[in-house]
Design a protein around this ligand. Sequence first.
Ligand code: C2E
Ligand code: MG
Ligand code: MG
Length: 330
Amino acid sequence: EMVGYVDKAMERYPLQMKIVVRFGIYQIEDRTIDVTVMYDRAALAVKRIKGKYGEAYAYFDDSMRNELLLEKEITNSMQQALADGEFLVYLQPKCNLKTEEYVGAEALIRWMNPERGLLPPGQFIPIFEKTGFITEVDLYVWEQVCRMLARWKQENRTLIPISVNVSRADLYHSDFMDRILELMDKYDIEPSLLHMEITETVYTENQNQILDMVNQMEKLGFKVEMDDFGSGYSSLCMLKNTPFDVLKMDRQFLDECLDSKQGKTIISHVISMSNDLGLSIIAEGVENRGTADFLYDNGCSVSQGFYFSKPVSIPEFEHMLDEQQTEQQR
Ligand code: C2E
Ligand code: MG
Ligand code: MG
């Protein structure tokens, strides 16, 4: 009704462009709630239909309420959770497709929440990014990784590089490099053992500042990986200007491409392109033998995915490394 009314009203003011009006509705039940809170709820509701053609209004509903509640709960408890050691580092191996050897691993965070169980990063990382807390958490993950590598060294284990995820917020912290270098120093770790995964879209933003940062990392001997390649809107030209070492193909991009002949051609050429550019290429999200074979046949030598292993706890990962070593000795 209201929508029709607004449409009519708009007709009275003819413009050269079409203006679409959308409504977010919060039904007032409790009058003690602050008006700004009511407004926020209506604004959240309208966000749900942003970009959806033909949907003019949305109500604030229970699912949004729960989402807000969860978000609040997370923001309230995250600091204590970090102090209490509720964040765990899991590792997922990167495998050589020919030998099936583990040539590296990616550190992936998990939250062991006493009430909610093991939470995947998708549920809390976006909130941490919003609040800026991500920088503290990432630093924690890097420290855990460095500590583990130092222990491996002490235990005379074969050292393989470990990748950590670097959030866009981290890169805008002026002391980002100092903090990492401090860790390398404290645990006496070679920078080449720490790979930095930076998601594709970050490179497209504030190009100069990011490029400076990546350049600096490279100069110090860290390896930089472009994560989620193919997922966003990066231009191929960007590959020319960015000094990174590893192209990490996005899982969904790979999945969607493998569905068709054209898609397969694209994957095969992305692999040859990166080989020709002297970049290493890693495929992410390899779930079966067929995909692994296809990638290998097309010149990709390293992959990560459930086909080889899911992300596992550090002790489990060490056990896997041990098993592999005894197998090799046989
Ligand atoms: P990502 O960096 O692209 O990590 C790869 C994700 O793909 C992981 O999800 C991994 O479990 C999943 N994956 C790997 N192989 C397969 C497969 O074969 N099939 C399927 N279905 N999935 C597969 P996860 O652990 O849930 O992490 C999600 C995202 O959260 C990561 O995406 C990364 O962007 C972010 N993240 C994780 N840990 C951290 C962290 O410590 N710091 C920051 N800033 N972000 C993190
Ligand atoms: Mg990653
Ligand atoms: Mg990825």
